[in-house]
Design a protein around this ligand. Structure first.
Ligand SMILES: Cc1ncc(COP(=O)(O)O)c(C=O)c1O
Length: 390
């Protein structure tokens, strides 16, 4: 074991470095371990390193923010970086939004929970979807379906009803529900794109009973699946959109953006010391510039289709289905062997991800991934699956 793995296993919380590799350097789609071995990184820190490792635009944005010298100013003071980022995110959603910048996806979700509870006083219940994942704060854990993510904490959680993505379950959204949380593409649950028709029906049901609809786009948003927010692109008109992951190329950030008509948050009940700091906002603005200039949303859609075709066309007997949107791709295998396959891929120099569904291998490469890299990952997957056969 490397000395750093040793140190983390001794001093860490017991949940870090389970992949047993210490990554020390990165370049584009490639990450390098201590021995200099390189890995094709299709995990990208759970999709957060959107432009790949060591992107020069990120480095120069950080340098500029460092030179200007205000790394944090707190929420009480205005910052040109925070102001510009909020404006661009809200305008990207169609203008009539305002928002709060946080430090993670779960914090964005926590903000949405508080916002919806405050805007729908007296309603104690929330609705989420089966297979959902919304993060690991107590509020976000409450909205997460898989019981393994909250075992032992059940007594502290919010009241949440989990529905299936079918019309028959819509009447469980009633006048007692403050908000419904939904991922347009369920990532951690096994990469399930939800039918836009169902999501539009969900929004209509929310309107009938006065509940709010929150689109959790922490994983599928920010251009990974083709657009800033799929829920907006697909005409679902959510009241609230949460983003995080790729926004600042791996530097901690989250955003909870809500329709102007809901009004502002009241003072004191929410806030943050670090959220929306000038350093992270400068990076997020630079990432947005690259995404827009290089049309990375469209590219993600095209490259994602390419990856799906490469795997589908091989017609491997262990592949049941390949699904996803843009560069969030799930490969459902014929049995619960995803963990074994991800381990085998790592041995072959490709980093992939598992999900809560033990049959699904997940790929989240950089939005700048090349065709050649897609081919390398697909052929490593097929070879890992061949080895399963034996
Ligand atoms: C859909 C979704 N929501 C929320 C979260 C939580 O984000 P974070 O890990 O940044 O707290 C995640 C993380 O994977 C996610 O996929």
């Amino acid at each position: 074991m490397s000395s750093f793995l040793d140190i983390e296993s001794r001093f860490g919380p017991g949940i870090t470095a389970t992949r047993e590799v210490c990554l020390v350097r990165g370049e584009g789609s490639w990450a390098f371990d201590e021995s200099g071995r390189r890995y094709l990184d299709f995990s990208m820190a759970h999709g957060s390193v959107a432009l790949g490792h060591a992107h020069p635009a990120v480095a120069s944005a950080m340098k500029r923010a460092l030179e200007e010298g205000i790394l944090n100013c707190g929420m009480g003071f205005s910052s040109p970086f925070r102001a510009r980022l909020l404006e661009r995110l809200c305008q990207g959603l169609g203008g009539k939004f305002r928002g709060f910048l946080a430090n993670s996806g779960a914090e964005a979700i926590e903000t949405a929970i508080k916002l919806c509870a405050l805007k729908r006083p007296g309603r104690k219940r929330f609705v989420a979807l089966r297979r959902s994942f919304h993060g690991r704060t107590l509020g976000a854990s409450s909205l997460t379906f898989n019981p393994n993510y909250k075992r032992g904490l059940e007594h502290l959680l919010l009241e949440v009803d989990f529905i299936r993505p079918i019309e028959e379950d819509l009447d469980r959204v009633d006048e007692g529900v403050a908000a419904v949380f939904v991922e347009p593409v369920q990532g951690e649950g096994g990469v399930y794109p939800l039918p836009p028709d169902f999501l539009r029906a969900l929004r209509s049901r929310c309107d009938e009973v006065g509940s709010l609809l929150v689109a959790d786009e922490v994983q599928c948003g920010f251009f990974r699946c083709g657009s800033l927010a799929l829920s907006v692109e697909d005409g679902i008109s959510p009241h609230v959109v949460c983003l995080a992951k790729g926004m600042a190329n791996g530097i901690p950030i989250g955003a909870c953006l809500w329709r102007e008509e809901l009004g502002p948050l009241p003072p004191k009940v929410h806030g943050t010391t670090y959220g929306g700091n000038p350093l992270v906002c400068a990076v997020a603005l630079a990432v947005l510039d690259v995404v827009e200039e290089e049309r990375l949303g469209e590219r993600a859609t095209r490259m994602g289709r390419g990856l799906i075709s490469l795997i589908e066309e091989a017609r491997h007997p262990r592949v049941k289905e390949v699904r996803g949107r843009g560069l969030l791709v799930g490969v459902e295998l014929t049995g619960p062997v995803a963990e074994e396959v991800v381990r085998s891929l790592q041995g072959k120099g490709v980093l992939a991800l598992t999900t809560s569904n033990r049959s699904v291998v997940r790929f989240m490469p950089s939005l700048l991934v090349s065709e050649e890299e897609l081919e390398l990952a697909a052929s490593a997957l097929l070879s890992a699956l061949d080895e399963l056969e034996r």
